[in-house]
Design a protein. Structure first.
Length: 687
């Protein structure tokens, strides 16, 4: 590194450290330290929001997105603006009603301390890991430009940021953020100016010819797996901004330092427009670098830093690196202060000393530094990884604040279960390959459904219903990977059942991949359904565990619905009178104690006793073919465990029916005239 560049960097680092120490004299109370006396100008808070959220990721990855692709990222930024409007309308008034420092105090007042601490804990973990990614991104850039090892870059940035943040508090953080925002935005503008005035700039035609100026993408093969499809990106931007700036204390803390709600709203909404401007500037920089270099292949997320090192003159390079450091420090300093504030106000006594507040800040600073030292770049673009980490938890947090506006009195266990279910769902969505821009929206919807469902249905019954829905949802996903026995039978137009009086053992899971029920499909193909048998939980699956199921009438065919979980658990000879074949089609869970296995056994037995053929339309075992758990001692056989098989038996119901027949497990050793229509596919081996 040239001496001039190094001098610029050292002056920058020394200057902001000195400013932080100078500002420490203004911190008298913890409110000064964490809320700057609540007299911050709205424009300072606005610039601090922008500097905090975009940070070095803007420098590192956004130009790279344009260099490697196009401008689709702006679709996300458009959503950011609307998301902040929603925060200003629905959440900020709530935060300014009470005398709070941490926004999670709102949840504590509304729902109780356990919910407050849970939300705060999620915030603390999210911020620690998300900002660990951002910190790593900074070190990567500094390494490329200076040649310093990553560990040295992390320590230099971390120590300097720690000095001015711990000594100056949030007031210093806000004003330094504002300066840093101007500095690194100017860095992007310098790159644009330099290239536009260089001899290597050949005009805009190469970009247009390569289709690299596209902003909108309105076509896609799968909108739920394409993060840059307009619907995914725009809606994802709205929800990400609504959640991050409404439920993430690090962002909200900035507007809480304003004197009133009006100023806070200006800062919040204005930040959306400046973020959009930033993204546009750095996307433009990335596109121009592509023209300047002729589109040569570069390491992902190092396009801008490589350009700074190889093409910018001495002095200008130093200013750009100072901009990179500014972007990094703005996020790190904000994270340190907000983590400390939430720790103190959500987990400790509020009236602790200023000295102890600084100590807590120091602990979080050290943790962030250590995390950055051990983080791995991975294979994902740093900007997407950083945002994705936040997307995992933001949906659950946002849901709690939405629920806090309801007049319903939700119990703490219900709220915690709803929160955990939304978090678990995001991991499931990740496994399915759903685009991260959908995580927050789906998590919020599921959280609200779970909480309201448990609230109205009761905790015990509601948990059972949720379990059924989750299993059904998973099986529905699997059904897209294979064809069930029902689908195979339907493909042949139910020829094997035509001209016969048919009885079926079914429930709400007896559907094909399109959601059409066996009874509907059979009826439309001219099959005569004479009787319907239904197991525990009933024909529609809404009865609670152990709840008696009543008889009824099937509306489409007019056939009687006989409960096999009421007065009898086995079809009687009277019920089977005039029946030519008994068809069984239900989705099992793959464990011994689920009563559907017992219903299968007794239905087979009834068919054998009446001399009626028995058919199983097979379905995948959602737990796969692995076998786990002890074998049942026949001495303890019951309706919730009838056969000497392991807890997790690894068989489909069709395979289990064949085993029941082959092992003579039916009463008196009788055997059913069994036919199994196998599912089409190898999914069970892959689960």
């Amino acid at each position: 590194m040239h001496t001039i560049d190094l001098t610029i960097i050292l002056l920058f680092l020394g200057g902001i450290s000195a400013y932080g120490i100078y500002n420490s004299r203004k911190n008298i109370t913890t409110e000064d330290y964490f809320l700057a006396g609540k007299n911050t100008p709205w424009w300072v808070a606005m610039f601090s929001i922008v500097a905090t959220e975009t940070s070095v990721l803007t420098f590192v990855s956004v130009p790279g997105l344009a260099y490697r692709g196009d401008w689709f990222f702006l679709q996300l930024a458009m959503g950011y603006i609307l998301g902040r409007v929603l925060v200003s309308i629905f959440l900020l008034p709530q935060y300014f009603k009470g005398n709070i420092t941490s926004i999670y105090e709102i949840l504590g007042s509304r729902f109780g301390k356990p919910v407050q601490k849970t939300a705060s804990g999620i915030f603390l973990i999210t911020r620690l890991f998300a900002d660990g990614v951002r910190f790593l991104a900074t070190a990567v850039v500094v390494q490329v430009v200076t040649g310093w090892p990553i560990w040295m870059a992390v320590l230099i940035i971390g120590v300097v940021t720690m000095v001015y943040t711990l000594s100056g508090g949030i007031r210093t953080v806000l004003w330094v953020d504002s300066f840093q925002f101007v500095l690194y935005l100017a860095g992007g503008a310098i790159v644009i100016f330099f290239i536009l005035n260089s001899v290597e700039f050949s005009g805009w035609e190469p970009l247009l010819e390569a289709g690299k100026t596209r902003i909108f993408r309105f076509t896609t093969d799968n909108m739920f797996k394409d993060a840059w499809f307009f619907g995914s990106a725009f809606l994802g931007g709205i929800l990400l901004s609504f959640a991050s700036h409404g439920a993430d204390y690090m962002m909200v803390q900035r507007v809480l330092t304003c004197g009133n709600l009006s100023s806070a709203r200006k800062a919040m909404i204005g930040s959306g427009f400046f973020v959009f401007l930033q993204f546009a500037v750095f996307l433009m920089a990335g596109s121009l670098i592509w023209i300047y270099t002729g589109g040569v292949e570069m390491t992902k997320d190092r396009e801008l830093s490589t350009f700074i090192v190889n093409h910018l003159p001495v002095g200008v390079r130093g200013i750009l690196l100072a901009g990179v450091l500014s972007a990094a420090m703005s996020t790190l300093s904000s994270s340190i202060n907000s983590l400390a504030s939430s720790t103190i106000h959500d987990w400790m006594q509020k009236n602790i000393s200023l000295k102890r507040s600084m100590t807590v800040s120091g602990v979080w600073a050290i943790l962030l530094i250590l995390l950055a030292l051990f983080f791995d770049e991975g294979n994902t673009a740093v900007v997407v990884l950083g945002l994705k980490i936040a997307s995992f938890t933001y949906g659950g947090l946002l849901s709690l604040f939405i629920l806090s506006r309801s007049k319903k009195e939700f119990s703490i266990p219900v709220l915690i279960i709803g929160l955990l279910s939304s978090l678990g769902t995001v991991f499931f969505l990740q496994w399915l390959g759903v685009a991260w821009t959908w995580f927050i929206g789906i998590a919020v919807i599921l959280n609200l459904l779970v909480v309201y469902g448990l609230h109205f249905a009761g905790l015990k019954k509601g948990i059972g219903m949720i379990a059924i829905l989750l299993i059904s949802g998973y099986v529905s996903y699997l059904s897209g990977q294979y064809q069930s026995g029902l689908a195979v039978l339907s493909k042949d137009d139910f020829v094997i059942l035509k001209g016969k009086n048919v009885a079926v053992v079914v429930n709400q899971t007896s559907v094909d991949q399109n959601g059409d029920h066996l009874i509907k499909l059979a009826h439309e193909n001219g099959v005569t359904i004479k009787a319907v048998f239904t197991p525990e939980h009933g024909f529609k699956g809404v009865a609670g565990a152990g709840e008696k199921v009543e008889n009824g009438i099937e509306p489409l065919t007019g056939a009687s619905i006989y409960s096999l979980y009421g007065e009898t658990k086995k079809p009687t000879s009277e019920m089977l009178k005039g029946i030519d074949i008994l068809v069984f089609d239900m989705q099992d869970i793959g464990v011994r104690y689920y009563t559907y296995v017992s219903t299968l056994t007794l239905a087979m037995e009834a068919a054998a006793e009446s001399g009626i053929p028995f058919m199983v339309l097979d379905r995948v075992n959602p737990l796969g073919s692995d076998i786990l758990g002890p074998i049942l001692d026949v001495e303890f056989s019951s309706f919730v465990g009838m056969h000497p098989i392991p807890v997790r038996h690894g068989m489909t119901l069709g395979e289990l029916a064949q085993m029941i027949n082959g092992e003579s497990w039916l009463s008196y050793g009788i055997m059913a005239e069994l036919t199994v229509i196998p599912y089409d596919g190898t999914i069970n081996k892959e689960v």
